[in-house]
Each structure stands twice: as structure tokens, then as C-alpha cells.
Ligand binder design. Structure first.
Ligand SMILES: NC(=O)CC[C@H](N)C(=O)O
Length: 309
């Protein structure tokens, strides 16, 4: 087996000089300001060793990667009845699509597209004020990252608040079917804040580690979810974590992962490692271009695809 640190160093070195870097997300103005030259990579292995390369300590906007964590929290709060309000099939559509919602009576295809994540966030609001729900999500992230410096970038939250008409449309439309239970402004407000959480690759790799450890956090040893729940969340990430690029990601990389329009991708090699990569430029379906390439190279070098162990 090749030396993991050398593999990471080589990947970071090559990515630094890549000329085709994709395009940063422009529809959230604050994200458009991020330097596309940044690249970070972090891997936590099952023995608790952390390896990093490039800008692995630079916080970035985790955006949709947050959807995995709110899903984990919501399942913890209400259990499997969550699946009455959101499905677990790939959508085959862009992350912000509204088209299927009419045919499928306001039940989103899965919790990792915007519509599904809004339902999950709405579940987290039960019994809480928006500020409390945001606090709950942030402290969950800090605990998982084992780092209290994880923060919400208020500028990003505001930027999305000011331009989030599509997300409000999704929430309003689902509310018409009774699948959003709180005021649309509450649900979208919490959602914009969870997306605006800023974390580094190092923090994100540590936070994801419970999904690599059969539900147990690889650094702290804390049990976060049951083995079965970790397995199921990984399955949803594999099939839905890259929106309409999920099939291609499984084909090329072969591990569960979740991307965000901030250019981050969190990925999990069950039983072996948790990974976070960040490169702000996106491909056509909104996933980090170089992040996906880096993961493809890493999984190949380490023989980590779950389909050919
Ligand atoms: N794919 C993403 O990361 C999308 C998240 C973004 N906050 C949105 O709602 O549009």
C-alpha cells in the first residue's frame, strides 16, 4: 500500500497547477468572492491519525455538506418516521429542482437535495425557535469536529437570505402539501445558517469520522449513531450525495460522499477513513471539479473503492 501522506502531497501538488478549475458558485454572491486557487485535503484514518495537504486548515462554507449532519440529527430526534416526509431515491435532477415535487405530492426524493434538506430542517425546528435550532446544529458540529472554533459565517448566511428565492419557493410549495410545518421564513432561515457553517478540511474529516467508524467517532470514541444508522446514511450519501452526478461519482470514486457548492466534499471509506477535500471551482452539476478528481486519485491509489475491496 502506498504511503498515504505522499499520495496526499502529490495530489495537492498537482492540483495547485491545474489550469481547468471549474467555476465558483455565483448565485450566492458571498461565495463568488472565494479564491478558486485554494485547495485543501484531509484524511483521518481508523487508527485516529490525521493527514493533511494544501489549505487543509482554511475554513470554507460547507453548504450542502451540512445536509448529512442535519439528517443525522433529525433521525436522532424522530427516528425512522422521518422517512414518511422524505424519500431516499436519487433525484436525477439538479440540487435545487422543484419539478418532481408536484408529481410526488410535496415529498422530496431524498434528504440531500435542497427540498429534502428543507424538510429535515423543518423537523429540527419542532419544539425550538430558529435561533435554538441553529444553536443545536452548531454545537453538534463543534462536538463532531472536536473543535469549538467551528462558526457560522453570518455574511454567507445573509447573502443566501437575500438571494434565496428558489429555496423559499421550494419550502412554500411543500408547505402547500403540508410537508413544511413551520413558517417558511423560519425553516429557510435555519437552513441558510446551517449552509453557512464554515469548517476546514481538517475539521470536516474529523466530523465525518463517525460514518467511517460504524457510528463511533474515530477520534473521541463517542458513539454518535448506531452501526445500522451509519450504514444507511452512507448508503444515502452514495446514491444521492452528488445530486445528478452521484452515479458518476460512484463510478469514478466508489465511496459515499457529499458535496456542497462551497467546493467542499466530505467522503467516507467505511471502516478505513474519513476524508474532506476543498476546491471552490464547480463542475456543471455543482460538485467541486478538482475535489472530485482528487478523491478519484486518492481512492484509486489507496484501493478504497467499496466496490472492489
Ligand atoms: N448544493 C449546495 O451546496 C446548495 C446549498 C445552497 N445553500 C443552496 O441552498 O442553494
Amino acid at each position: 500500500m502506498p504511503n498515504l501522506q505522499s499520495v496526499l502531497d502529490e495530489i495537492a501538488h498537482d492540483m495547485a497547477s491545474a489550469s481547468e478549475r471549474g467555476a465558483v458558485a455565483r448565485y450566492i454572491p458571498e461565495l463568488a468572492k472565494v479564491d478558486p486557487a485554494r485547495f485543501g485535503l484531509a484524511v483521518l484514518t481508523e487508527d485516529g491519525t490525521l493527514h493533511t495537504a494544501g489549505d487543509a486548515d482554511e475554513p470554507f462554507s460547507i453548504q450542502s455538506v451540512s445536509k448529512v449532519f442535519t439528517l443525522t440529527l433529525a433521525l436522532g430526534q424522530v427516528g425512522d418516521i422521518l422517512w414518511n416526509r422524505v424519500g431516499r431515491e436519487p433525484s436525477g435532477n439538479p440540487f435545487n429542482s422543484i419539478v418532481q415535487l408536484e408529481y410526488e405530492h410535496g415529498i422530496p426524493r431524498n434528504p440531500l437535495i435542497n427540498a429534502g434538506a428543507l424538510v429535515v430542517t423543518d423537523v429540527l425546528l419542532s419544539g425550538y425557535k430558529p435561533r435554538e435550532a441553529i444553536g443545536l446544529i452548531l454545537s453538534f458540529m463543534r462536538g463532531l469536529a472536536d473543535d469549538d472554533s467551528v462558526f457560522i459565517d453570518e455574511k454567507v448566511a445573509r447573502s443566501e437570505e437575500e438571494t434565496g428565492f428558489g429555496n423559499r419557493a421550494l419550502a412554500n410549495y411543500m408547505k402547500a402539501f403540508g410537508n413544511i410545518r413551520h413558517a417558511v421564513e423560519w425553516t429557510t432561515g435555519v437552513y441558510f445558517h446551517q449552509c453557512a457553517i464554515a469548517m476546514s478540511c481538517r475539521q470536516l474529516a474529523v466530523a465525518a469520522s463517525f460514518l467511517a467508524g460504524e457510528g463511533k467517532h474515530l477520534l473521541t470514541g463517542n458513539r454518535i449513531v448506531s452501526r445500522e444508522r451509519a450504514r444507511r446514511i452512507n448508503a444515502v450519501m452514495l446514491t444521492c450525495g452528488h445530486y445528478d452526478g452521484s452515479g458518476d461519482f460512484a463510478f469514478r470514486v466508489g465511496i459515499p460522499g457529499k458535496s456542497g457548492v462551497g467546493g467542499g466534499i466530505m467522503a467516507v471509506v467505511p471502516g478505513k477513513a474519513s476524508i474532506a477535500v476543498w476546491s471552490p471551482g464547480l463542475n456543471k452539476v455543482g460538485n467541486s471539479l478538482l475535489g472530485s478528481l482528487a478523491l478519484e486519485r486518492l481512492a484509486k491509489a489507496m484501493d478504497w473503492s467499496i466496490f472492489a475491496p
